[in-house]
Each structure stands twice: as C-alpha cells, then as structure tokens.
Design a protein. Structure first.
Length: 328
C-alpha cells in the first residue's frame, strides 16, 4: 500500500488540483508534485504510526470503539498540524503565497480513505484470527472431554444407577453416602462444564473440593490440599477442569504415603493462580492419557496472550495459570 499509494496520490492530487499545469507538464506542475510528495509521505507515515500505536494500546475486539475514536482524534490533530506547517513553509518558499488550510482540506479525504483501508484490513485479519482460535479451542475442548469422559456411560443411566445405589446404602453408612454424593457432583460438573471455554473459579474450586474428597478416601491424610485465595479471586475465570488436571497429575506422578505425604497448594499471586506440589516422583508411573498440562497450555494460548508458567525448582513443581477477568 505504501509503495503504490504514496506515489499514486502524489501524482493524482496535483493533477486534479492543477489540471491545466498537468496538461502542459510545466515546471509549476513539477513543483506541485514535489509539495504533494512531501505532504503525502508526511501524512501517511505519521497517521500510520498513530494507527500502529492505537492497535497496540487497544488490541481487543471490545476496544474497537475506543481505538477508532482515538485514531480519529489524533489523526485529525496530526493532519491539521502537519499540513499547516507544510503549507506555511512550502507555499511561502516556493509560491510566496498564503496556503493556510488549503492542504488540510485537500488531505482529509485521502487520509480518511487510508484509515478506512488500514482498519478494514486489520478487522479482516482479526476476524480470521478469531475464527482460527475458535476452531482450535473447540478441538482442544473436544480432546479434553474425550480424555476426561472416555468410555462414559449414558448420563441418565449413570445418575439413575447412583440413585439406586444410594437407596441400597444403609442409612447409618454416612461415609458411603457422602462418597456417592461427591462422585455425583464430580460427574455432574464434568457434564455441565464440557461445553464451556471458561468457568468461574468459585465453581472450579467447588468441583476440586469434591474431587479431592474422593481421593482423600483413598489416601487419607497423606494427601493435603491447601487453598489460599482472596474473595475477589473467586469472581475470576479459569478454563474448566484445569485445576483438577493439575491435581490429578500431581497424584499420578508422585508418591503419596504416610512416610511421604503429598502437599498441594493453591494460591493467588496477582492475576495468576499458582498450583504447587512437593516433588517425590514415583519409580513406576501410572499410564498417562497424554492430556493435562499441555492441554491446559493450549487452551489458555487460545484465550489470552498471557502464558501458562511451569517451574520445577527447589523441590517444588509449580504451575501458574492466568486468572481471566471475563467470561470467554
């Protein structure tokens, strides 16, 4: 656009303004072309800089109105100042007349056209990127669902079976009843959240509590999960099943015993959620589903520019995932 647009405008605008000189191709027309080149290059590059800066400052789709208004205000101001100075300097030096505001009026339409072309291209590229992200996110979501719900039974059949089993459990067997209730909560959450890209941290934590309860029946006090979260954090969003996957990985890859208890900490650090566990690797690892940490990284890369951080240091395995401010 710049290689073609700037020379083209530099030749066309003076030809339209001074058609008689253009027909004669005299020296005056040559001077008009020189002025047009200076004006076009200055305005194009200056406004292009404004466009690039506003894209960096307001990149999101929901910031389009602010970006356009900022570009319009800054572009109008820059065009006025630049053309005023060019009119005053070039017109006085070359033609010895007052060119006040002439260049500004003539530059408005070409400048507007350039803005429209830049914004149209930017909007189209952003639209294509969002389409690709949506498709990729759908694939990642399906992969996660298949891994978590692999070989699942029909939901209605499973819940009916759980209700039947609950009726068969003796009323005095409180532990069995609570275990079945938590198992139902876990499965219900998986079914509800599988079609969502993000969920409230409050919902994810409630699911994690049920999941940890089921595991503590097996590991007792050898598994400890400590949560340190502010009330504000519960109103943020995370990808569904992400915390469960991290806890599952910690249990899967580490020894959990009375001699070597496994401690998992979930805490907030600024705009990140930190999940850390002490490292005590198993000599024989359980069979992996090949979904988990990489799936979380992939899903977050489609939702935000902020990175998932994985740190293995000082006997701790730490994963930091971004807390999202709004529902995706």
């Amino acid at each position: 656009m710049r290689l073609i647009g700037m020379p083209l405008l530099s030749l066309v605008i003076p030809a339209i303004q001074h058609f008689s000189d253009f027909r004669q191709l005299n020296a005056a027309y040559g001077m008009y072309v020189v002025i047009a080149i200076c004006t076009t290059v200055s305005l194009w590059e200056g406004n292009r800089f404004i466009i690039k800066r506003m894209r960096c400052r307001f990149p999101a789709y929901n910031q389009t109105t602010r970006r356009l208004l900022s570009e319009a205000a800054l572009g109008l101001l820059f065009t006025f100042v630049a053309t005023y100075l060019l009119d005053q300097v070039l017109c006085k030096l070359i033609f010895h007349n007052e060119g006040l505001f002439v260049g500004f009026r003539m530059s408005l339409i070409p400048t507007l056209l350039v803005y429209l072309v830049y914004e149209a291209i930017y909007f189209f590229e952003a639209w294509k990127l969002n389409v690709r992200k949506t498709e990729s996110l759908a694939r990642e979501s399906v992969q996660s669902q298949l891994a978590v719900l692999k070989n699942q039974l029909d939901p209605h059949f499973l819940f009916n079976s759980m209700n039947t089993l609950a009726a068969l459990i003796d009323d005095e067997n409180i532990d069995a009843q609570q275990y079945l209730e938590r198992l139902s909560d876990v499965y219900r959450y998986v079914l509800v959240s599988r079609t969502k890209n993000t969920v409230l941290l409050e919902e994810e934590i409630a699911f994690v509590d049920a999941y940890v309860y089921l595991n503590k029946i097996r590991f007792r006090d050898n598994l400890q999960v400590d949560k340190q979260l502010s009330p504000e954090a519960y109103g943020q969003y995370v990808t569904p099943l992400s915390l469960q996957m991290l806890i599952e990985n910690a249990i899967k890859h580490n020894v959990v015993s009375k001699e070597s208890p496994l401690t998992i900490r979930i805490q907030q650090e600024g705009d990140q959620l930190v999940v850390a566990n002490n490292i005590q690797e198993k000599t024989i690892l359980e069979k992996s589903t090949r979904v988990g940490l990489q799936n979380i990284i992939n899903r977050y890369s489609l939702l935000t520019d902020r990175q998932v951080e994985v740190v293995r240091q000082g006997g701790l395995f730490t994963v930091k995932i971004p807390l999202l401010a709004q529902l995706a």
